[in-house]
Write a protein of this length. Structure first.
Lengths: 220, 302
């Protein structure tokens, strides 16, 4: 599903975030990405979602070559990828459910159908009684669950999560991780950047360590 | 196709909501546009009214041909024969006695005419040429003037021609003004839209991350610009309606003093529709330019 071949990413100014990464992630895999901050975890995720482009090497995601992808095609690639951010990136000018329904609005789905699907997904993350609330009134854990709901509502085949439990206390973090395990069981490919070791050991799965832009496979 | 329609509807309703959320800003922008638009369209209306005034003058331009007091009958006959030629549509002889009688009767000048010992008026022909173009009128007028026994010819259409020429300049002025204010409109709309784009940069950023196309992001702003333009056009209509209402009585009063039934002419439905269409288009265009520029800046700062 994801194929890195000698991928290097150098930012303007010369910092090399990834150097010659080779990596294959198959459909339905659960993969953890660890490493100290600045090791290139976020860069790797950004490359997969075409938020950044590789400086050299070839990267294919779902059969599409990211280096050569036209900017017109990027939105359609992203509709098949669910993104979970450490800072949630929720919009505070609208209710919780309006945040979740946004990807479906963007995809041009029927409004009533969209709301039904959004409600179902909000129920799945345990926020059904808060659907009308403004996200700013939700706790950090609830905001993260809302962000996950938004990532999942489009039924993506691939979910990318960048430090999803980074700002959460242990209880909430375990909550979020067990949610990820459920998605993995129904066949979603998950790539989670984290340095929460407890979460990794609780879920199992493949572990990749990033160090100074190089990827190293750790035994699970 | 259905998704496209849904997107249009969604963008339209969301921009309507935007306008309703900031009523004061919406109103001020509409007012600024309205004042800008009302200047050229107001001038256009004034010219239209002057045109109406000019149009009330005799439609057929006439040439008055005044004869010498002691003109010989041979010269009279030569002139009458000339006036029977095909380039003359109609010619009427007004004898000096008739003219004096008409003058005494119609223009309250009987006091003056009664005091005259002899009739100072000449015999005259009132001539309507077949071809009433300005060049042809001038040519016939000149030709008749050179005939023996003719003192003078007078082209009655002269001042109407001058008014027409002045109005033509005025019309050019309307288009120049309209062009200038269209640019002002683009700037006003562009500025309003720029503020909107910047205030919604988070939404734009998030939408991009979850698969929004450029069209999707642009669309509500374009609708917003078009709606702003339409509101501006309506505001201009309001400004002109108030001006017309205020001018109505004084103009009728003035016309009454001249013994004329002249009335202010309101714009036609087509003219209103045209102005609203153009302002909507300008709003849209201003939004398009602004969104294209501002989105580039928003992207670059991320």
């Amino acid at each position: 599903m994801i194929h890195f071949s000698q991928v290097t990413k150098r930012y303007p100014g010369g910092h090399e975030a990834l150097s010659g990464v080779n990596l294959i992630i198959e459909q339905g895999e659960l993969v953890f990405l660890t490493g100290h901050s600045g090791a290139g975890k976020s860069t790797l995720l950004k490359l997969i979602a075409a938020i950044e482009r590789p400086t050299s090497g070839s990267l294919t995601v779902s059969g599409q070559n990211i280096s050569r992808l036209s900017s017109r095609a990027v939105p359609y690639l992203r509709r098949n990828i669910g993104l979970v951010f450490q800072d949630h990136k929720l919009l505070f000018d609208r209710s919780a459910i309006e945040n979740v329904v946004l990807p479906l609005d963007i995809a041009g789905l029927d409004r009533r159908e969209s709301l039904k699907r959004a409600r179902a997904v909000i129920d799945k993350v345990g926020l059904l009684n808060r659907e009308k609330a403004n996200p700013i009134s939700l706790s950090g854990g609830e905001q993260q669950r809302l962000c996950i709901a938004r990532a999942l509502v489009g039924r993506p085949a691939l979910l990318l999560a960048d430090e999803p439990t980074g700002n959460l206390d242990a209880g909430y973090a375990a909550d979020i991780m067990s949610m990820f395990r459920d998605f993995h069981r129904v066949g979603t490919t998950l790539l989670i950047a984290t340095h929460d070791d407890r979460a990794i050991s609780a879920l199992g799965g493949r572990i990749l360590q990033l160090d100074h832009g190089k990827v190293e496979e750790l035994a699970a | 196709m259905i998704a496209w329609l849904r997107h249009q509807k969604h963008a339209f309703t969301s921009s309507l909501r935007r306008l309703a959320v900031h009523p004061v800003a919406t109103l001020l922008t509409a007012l600024a546009m309205g004042v800008a638009i009302s200047l050229p369209s107001g001038l256009y209306l004034v010219l239209g009214n002057l045109n109406q005034l000019a149009g009330n003058l005799p439609a057929q331009p006439e040439i008055s041909v005044f004869l010498d007091a002691d003109v010989s009958s041979a010269h009279k006959q030569a002139l009458a024969a000339r006036l029977k030629q095909t380039d003359i549509a109609h010619a009427r002889l007004v004898l000096k006695d008739e003219a004096l009688a008409a003058l005494s009767a119609s223009q309250d000048l009987s006091d003056i005419t009664a005091g005259l010992t002899q009739n100072p008026l000449p015999d005259a022909w009132v001539v309507q040429p077949e071809d009433t173009s300005r060049v042809s009128l001038a040519r016939i007028s000149d030709e008749l003037k050179k005939m023996p026994g003719v003192t003078e010819t007078h082209l009655d259409s002269q001042w109407a021609d001058r008014l027409q020429a002045a109005l033509a300049i005025g019309h050019t002025g309307v288009w120049v003004l309209a062009g200038l204010f269209a640019i002002a409109l683009l700037a006003i709309s562009g500025n309003a839209i720029r503020a909107q784009v910047l205030s919604r940069r988070d939404e734009i950023h998030v939408s991009r991350l979850i698969g929004a196309t450029n069209h999707y992001i642009r669309r509500p702003f374009l609708y917003l610009g078009a709606l702003q333009g339409l509101l501006g056009g309506l505001a201009a209509g309001g400004v002109l309606a108030i001006a017309g209402w205020m001018l109505h009585a004084p103009v009728e009063n003035l016309a009454g003093l001249y013994g004329s039934a002249f009335q202010l002419l309101p714009p036609t439905f087509t003219e209103i529709a045209l102005v609203l269409g153009l302002t909507t288009l300008s709003g849209w265009l201003g939004a398009w330019i602004s969104v294209t520029r501002t989105l580039g800046q928003v992207e670059a700062t991320r």
